[in-house]
Design a protein around this ligand. Structure first.
Ligand code: KG4
Ligand code: ZN
Length: 330
């Protein structure tokens, strides 16, 4: 069974072809980061317009790369939410219309489900059940995953997502947008132990997160400092250490509370090497391949294929869900 996956929820246009027997056949991602750099963040209208420009050429590219004909597709999966409404509408309209024209089923995929199943595309893939830590630019959540579509929210961020905290702290330290990766590089040359940032919400014993205070702490520390390059790196190091240690504490609690052995970490921040090193001691820990940490079409094609195998299908309407809790599947 061959499924084309379309991802357009934010600032990456992703298209991929997944075959349930042969695995991933092609994966093309076009990142709009350079388009949004001058504004220091994603401009929704520009994002939608760029998806319109790039989506159809990317679909053609994936079909050409795999020498496939549209008639060989068995299903079409698209991200239906959560995300930017205009951006989602581009992928949903093209995906739903193409499926209709080809007389094949369409599958409306939840973006976060795509992220949490992304490690399944690796050779070392986790099996159910597991606890998933989703750490992206828009979300930070701990989820108990019993099986495909059986998700229980254990905890989530009360304010900034982990990636958002990375990006905002990077910005106030003068690093280029989006900032997470750049902050990681700066942290690598920071001296450990010079600063100690708080570990938010770790005394209450719950599984919710709060990262917004860390950027304020970083700003205050920076303003009171000698503002040298080394100090900037030391602050980046202390910030990153606080985020990772907080995530590690909560992951350990989540594994204990659910009596689960497997931890799956996904979303853009799971590309962070220090995070991987910090979480690995927790036991059987799985990460996506680096190219599947940030937004991509492969994870949508994979999730769509699993739903198709389970008999799920979207109806004929073009529907998007900009705010869509993972625990309420359509
Ligand atoms: O999953 P994603 O591509 O988009 C959302 O669905 O939000 O995640 C993007 C986020 C951004 O905040 C970006 O700065 C962060 O992931 N990110 C990182 C790293 N690479 C990407 N954060 C920390 N360290 C990294 N290496
Ligand atoms: Zn994402």
């Amino acid at each position: 069974m061959r499924v084309l996956g379309i991802e357009t929820s934010c600032d990456e246009t992703g298209v991929a072809l997944y075959d349930t027997n042969q695995g991933l056949l092609a994966d093309c991602v076009y990142s709009q980061i350079s388009l949004h750099i001058p504004y220091g963040g994603v401009v929704p209208e520009l994002a939608s317009r760029d998806h319109i420009r790039k989506l159809v050429p990317l679909i053609r590219q994936v079909l050409e790369q795999t020498s496939s004909q549209p008639s060989e597709l068995d299903g079409l999966a698209y991200t239906a939410g959560p995300g930017l409404a205009g951006a989602l509408l581009v992928g949903a309209s093209v995906g739903r219309a193409l499926a209709y024209a080809l007389h094949i089923p369409a599958i409306a995929v939840h973006h976060l489900e795509g992220h949490l199943l992304a490690p399944m595309l690796s050779t070392r893939a986790p099996s159910f059940p597991f606890v998933a830590l989703l750490v992206s630019g828009g979300h930070t959540a701990l989820i108990e995953v019993k099986a495909l579509g059986r998700y229980r929210l254990l905890g989530e961020t009360l304010d900034d997502a982990a990636g958002e905290a990375f990006d905002k702290t990077a910005r106030l330290l003068g690093l280029p947008y989006p900032g997470g990766k750049e902050l990681e590089q700066l942290a690598a040359i920071g001296q450990p132990g010079v600063y100690r940032f708080p570990r938010p919400l770790v005394r209450q014993g719950g599984l919710d997160f709060s990262f917004s205070g860390l950027k304020t702490f970083a700003l205050n520390t920076w303003q009171k400092s000698d503002q040298s390059q080394q100090t900037k790196a030391n602050i980046a190091h202390a910030f990153q250490e606080a985020v990772i240690e907080t995530l590690a504490i909560k992951c350990r609690w989540a594994l204990e509370q659910t009596h689960c052995q497997r931890l799956v970490v996904s979303g853009g921040v799971s590309a962070n090497h220090a995070l991987r090193t910090g979480l690995n001691p927790l036991g059987e820990v799985y990460f996506p391949e680096f190219s599947f940490c940030t937004d991509n079409g492969a994870m949508i094609a994979y999730a769509g294929a699993q739903h198709l195998l389970a008999g799920h299908r979207a109806d004929l309407s073009i529907q998007i869900f900009p705010r869509w809790p993972l625990t309420t599947q359509v």
